[in-house]
Design a protein around this ligand. Structure first.
Ligand code: G3I
Length: 441
């Protein structure tokens, strides 16, 4: 049985109560928002991101003069820059509005005694959950004859109980630490094994999971050797494709998912397919191949993006390619880091996350959502999902350090502060969903 979302007017009360409770309890961790002692120089990315943001007032004056009826902003050294939304984000959209969550005993799990405030915010603003980790291959299928569904079932039950759907992530994904050991160098009938993997998982969840990333990140245009544009993963190596063909494992996985549950939405999901034409071309090759066979419903765009990059036109063009094929477009993993360590040269220093930057980010989130709505017709909108709830839980700080050596305490990529207060960025998405212009006001 599912419980409908609480009505709009109650949500205002709930938010107010939550705010009071959080204020009374104090913040459980400091995300540094608004109080950073780092360089006050805005990053290149941030300053180049948004035309309207550059003319903003300072943090303190913005905070003290805000008179918007729909939200009030505050920025001071005493706490993060936040708004008090008088809306529930998911109720502003007629497509899934999702968030990736941690579960089981992971850090930032939505379960456990202290997670009630986190759950409350999720239920308040989102209509779909994606498991950030616990529905990946090795979590669900650690050994050939053993599947482990308990943690995922807990997540799916929570979603259902609270009127949310679940997007499954991901049936086939290549990283060593995510691939069950038995799949490495599999010597049996790989096609039967992969079919069993997909079929068993899809059947287990049935209609409680409404859509799946069937294959994640099969494209690799960044390696020059080999250079066929496909990721030479363990799955690719089961049966490398003939020249000009799509790797066979992709079709096997999609066919199995389609055969098990033809009514579910099946996505091919990848990153940088808005930013990089070669990657988009390979993604479309996959989409076309599967579409010819009638076994794909859409393309997932991860969208781990930055303030000024990629351009809005790049998003528009990539979405349009998928729309032109009559396939769904799903934003599956959106985050907008306010600093880009890959921009060339020395990674920029951690910016001061002040009101100007928070407002620029609000505009950026709004513009991304606006491009989505403008480009993708209603019937092809697969959903709009952010990759995590609060800034402090983002994967990006680790990722940036591992990839570049640059250390950032925070890159503020999400819609909520560490203390669970809503950021101006949430208002930005709401503005787009409401059809209002993207504005720094
Ligand atoms: O749960 C353990 C915890 O017990 C332990 O103390 C801690 C210390 O190592 O690790 C925890 O597990 C980590 C897990 O995230 C939960 O936080 C894993 O080590 C870590 O590898 C894992 O990283 C995830 C990564 O995928 C790999 O699965 C990120 O959180 C998750 O955001 C990221 O998500 C991917 C998408 O699936 C695909 N697209 C890119 C995206 C970002 O990399």
């Amino acid at each position: 049985m599912t419980i409908p979302k609480i009505p709009y007017r109650f949500s205002t009360l709930a938010t107010a109560l939550l705010t009071v409770a959080l204020t009374a309890c104090g913040s459980d961790s400091d995300n540094g928002g608004g109080a950073s002692s780092q360089s006050s120089q805005s990053s290149e990315n941030a300053s180049s991101s948004s035309t309207s943001a550059s003319s903003q007032t300072s943090a303190s004056s913005e905070a003290s003069t805000s008179s918007e009826a729909s939200s009030s902003s505050s920025a001071s050294s005493e706490g993060p820059i936040s708004i008090e939304p008088d809306f529930q984000l998911s109720l502003l959209a007629d497509f899934p509005v999702g968030v990736a969550v941690s579960a089981a005993s992971e850090p930032y799990t939505i379960f456990g005694n202290n997670a009630q405030p986190r759950r409350d915010v999720i239920v308040e603003h989102f209509s779909q959950l994606t498991a950030g980790n616990i529905m990946k291959m090795s979590y669900l299928h650690p050994e050939e004859d053993r599947y482990t569904f308990d943690d995922a079932d807990e997540l799916v039950n929570f979603a259902q109980t609270n009127g949310m759907s679940v997007h499954g992530h991901a049936l086939v994904w290549h990283p060593d630490y995510q691939v069950p050991n038995f799949m490495n160098g599999y010597e049996g009938d790989w096609e039967a094994m992969l079919t069993d993997h997909v079929t068993t998982i899809v059947n287990h969840f049935g209609d409680t999971v409404v859509s799946w990333d069937v294959v994640n990140e099969a494209v690799d245009t960044y390696s020059s050797n080999p250079s066929d544009g496909w990721r030479h993963s363990v799955f690719y190596n089961y049966e490398p494709p003939a020249e000009g063909e799509v790797p066979p494992y992709i079709e096997v996985a999609f066919q199995a998912a389609h055969d098990a549950k033809p009514e579910l939405d099946l996505y091919y999901n990848d990153y940088d397919n808005t930013a990089n034409a070669d990657r988009l071309a390979k993604t479309l090759e996959i989409a076309d191949h599967l579409d010819d066979k009638g076994i794909i419903d859409g393309v997932g765009f991860q969208m781990h993006v930055y303030m000024g990059y990629p351009s809005l036109d790049a998003f528009r063009n990539a979405f349009q390619e998928v729309v032109d094929r009559g396939l769904k477009v799903k934003v599956t993993e959106l985050d907008v880091a306010v600093v880009n360590p890959y921009g060339g040269g020395e990674p920029p220093p951690q910016p001061d996350y002040d009101m100007e930057l928070a407002t620029a980010q609000k505009v950026r989130f709004c513009e991304i959502a606006e491009v989505y709505l403008e480009t993708v017709p209603a019937e092809l909108r697969g959903g709009f999902t952010v990759w995590g709830l609060t800034d402090d839980e983002s994967w990006l700080m680790n990722q940036f350090e591992n990839a570049t050596g640059a250390e950032y305490d925070d890159v503020w990529p999400l819609l909520f502060n560490a203390d669970l207060s809503a950021k101006p960025a949430l208002q930005g998405v709401a503005d787009a969903f409401n059809g209002e212009p993207c504005s720094a006001e």
